[in-house]
Design a protein around this ligand. Structure first.
Ligand SMILES: Nc1ncnc2c1ncn2[C@@H]1O[C@H](COP(=O)(O)OP(=O)(O)O)[C@@H](O)[C@H]1O
Ligand SMILES: O=C(CO)[C@@H](O)[C@@H](O)COP(=O)(O)O
Length: 542
């Protein structure tokens, strides 16, 4: 018998990664990645070849099982360990990513009668076509003075369970009728591992509008859409599991997929962002973790409840049991840089970064808004879109690239300032995720926010966070705080703000704020009009 180990599995937007970790000190002994064979379905549905409407983003649930079958055994091989030493497994997922399922958890898209129906597939977090439903939810909640609304900064997102659920109810009644559970993928994967469904407290709170033990009322739902009043009772409600607790034991079938011992602890599901906090040892109030990849999520604990305008939510026990967990985010970050590289730049991220790094602040004469995937915080509006002001015939690809990097930093500053103004001060900014590797981007964030940046010690923050949760679920550490101290890691103040840069960026940030409020707070509604026109044209074509 060797030392106790755990396995953490992070289900991202395009792939799943497994990491094998030593419980004593968090040493990462081996890892492996499995790319989802179907990736993100945002253009056509393979089963029919038909085009998907704008803003759609679907996935195929079988791809997630592929991660269990491939990445977990490969990570064990990479670690060269005896699988018999693994005492627990935990998973984290993108969110809100929803699986419409039957009573036994079968995704509807796996049934022959539904394979041609796009609504029967997984709706990925960045499936943004339920914005009209989100707008109606928000208007009605505001008019009725629903007391849960301020817990979400005053706005419910189109990414979440109710907006996406209402979209299915209205656009695919046959799918809605056949769906017994509207399940977070975070819980669906745990269901595949254990054979039983446990709903995690994190997504139930942030994405499922569960506050103080209550979901939105039947009355509210009836007024929203007659017939939708039983959504909570019939599709959503399910016993909850606290973060870090044991959801069940690894089933014989899942043991055969993964090569892990049958019966080991399986932790309650979790979200990729929230699970990263213990991996970065950021479990105390004021320590904000920005998980920067395709998108950025900002998560932070607080000792008290405050209502922060435009935050994604505040949930008791949403990150660590016993504290209020706050979340905010930017729907597009690396995705925006990737979009520019792929379609316009003719050069790689590295080359553009190298050229952009030579410039002085303001040299490119540009200012951009980071809304190419909508605005998650603090405007919570996925019909907002990207802007680049100041282009001339002299503008080069690296200029635009740098302006886009800066725009996302301004977006993060807007979030930090909004938190601080609402009585939730950010005392430390800790960066996790794939974008931490871009040193120019990191220095821009330090200069724009005027905060020293700490960087997580692991390149696989979410997977390590899951391994930490697995250790707690297996009883190998007393709780998440203790496990984070033993297994997490962070390097403090890796990037420090340069005073002259801070001053220069203060001026550009003021320009960003002007544009932000003009386009995002009603000064000019052109982005909404363009989105409506795009939808109408797409509808006419289908
Ligand atoms: N050197 C780079 N600088 C800035 N962005 C990058 C760089 N390399 C990749 N990206 C962007 O990072 C994103 C992927 O980040 P990653 O953390 O690996 O993914 P995920 O969020 O899916 O876990 C992509 O959107 C890609 O466009
Ligand atoms: O929205 C959340 C968490 O609430 C994320 O899961 C979502 O932005 C996806 O994150 P990634 O960009 O794949 O890391």
């Amino acid at each position: 018998m060797g030392e106790p180990l755990t396995v953490g599995v992070d289900f991202g937007t395009l792939s799943g990664r497994a990491v094998v970790v030593r419980v004593r000190d968090g040493a990462e002994l081996g890892s492996a990645v499995f790319e989802y064979p179907h990736g993100v379905l945002d253009e056509t549905l393979p089963a029919t070849g038909r085009a998907l409407p704008p803003e759609w983003a679907l996935q195929v649930p079988g791809d997630y099982v592929g991660v269990l079958r491939n990445a977990v055994p490969a990570a064990l091989r990479d670690a060269g360990v005896d699988a018999g030493d693994v005492v627990g497994i935990a998973t984290d997922f993108t969110a809100c990513t929803m699986v419409p399922a039957t009573a036994d958890g079968t995704p509807l898209c796996e049934l022959p009668e539904f394979e041609s129906n796009p609504h029967a597939y997984v709706k990925l977090w960045k499936h943004h076509s339920a914005q009209p439903q989100a707008v109606r939810i928000n208007e009605l909640a505001r008019a009725r003075g629903e007391k849960w609304l301020p817990r979400y900064g005053g706005l419910i997102s189109s990414e979440w369970e109710f907006a996406k659920g209402l979209e299915v109810f209205e656009e695919a009644p046959e799918v809605y009728a056949a769906m017994r559970h509207w399940v977070e993928a975070a819980d669906w994967i745990v269901w595949q591992l254990t054979g039983s469904y446990v709903r995690n407290a994190c997504t139930a709170g942030y994405k499922g509008i569960l506050q103080d033990g209550q979901y939105p009322s039947r009355d509210f739902l009836r007024e929203l859409a007659p017939g939708f009043e039983s959504f909570v009772a019939e599709k959503l409600e399910h016993p909850l599991g606290e973060l870090g607790s044991r959801a069940g034991s690894l089933s014989a079938e899942a043991a055969s997929w993964t090569g892990l011992p049958e019966g080991i602890a399986v932790a309650v599901g979790n979200v990729d962002a929230h699970v990263t906090a213990p991996a970065a040892q950021a479990v105390e109030p004021g320590q904000m973790v920005a998980i920067m990849g395709t998108s950025t999520c900002h998560v932070m604990n607080g000792a008290e409840l405050h209502e922060v305008p435009g935050m994604c939510g505040v949930v008791e026990g949403g990150i660590v049991p016993g504290l209020w967990g706050y979340e905010a985010g930017q729907s597009g970050v690396g995705d925006i840089f990737g979009w520019f590289v792929e379609h316009f730049a003719g050069a790689s991220h590295e080359e553009l970064t190298r050229l952009a790094a030579r410039q002085e602040i303001g040299e490119h004469g540009l200012i951009a808004l980071d809304w190419h995937s909508g605005n998650r915080s603090v405007l919570v509006d996925h019909e907002l879109s990207g802007v680049i002001v100041g282009q001339t015939l002299a503008t080069r690809a690296e200029d635009v690239y740098r302006a886009l990097l800066e725009a996302t930093a301004f977006g993060t500053r807007k979030i930090i300032e909004t938190f601080s103004a609402a009585g939730v001060p950010v005392t430390e900014l800790i960066i996790a995720g794939g974008l931490a590797k871009n040193a120019l981007l990191m220095q821009i964030y330090a200069d724009v926010t005027n905060l020293p940046l700490s960087v997580i010690g692991s390149a696989q923050g979410p997977a390590l966070g899951s391994a930490i949760h697995a250790a707690v679920a297996a009883g190998a550490h007393a709780d998440i705080r203790v496990a984070a101290a033993a297994m997490g890691s962070v390097e403090r103040a890796v990037y420090r703000p340069v005073p002259a840069h801070v001053t220069a960026y203060d001026e550009l940030y003021a320009e960003y704020t002007e544009l932000h409020d003009y386009f995002g707070r009603g000064g000019n509604d052109v982005m909404h009009r363009l989105a409506a026109r795009k939808r109408a044209v797409a509808k006419g074509q289908s």
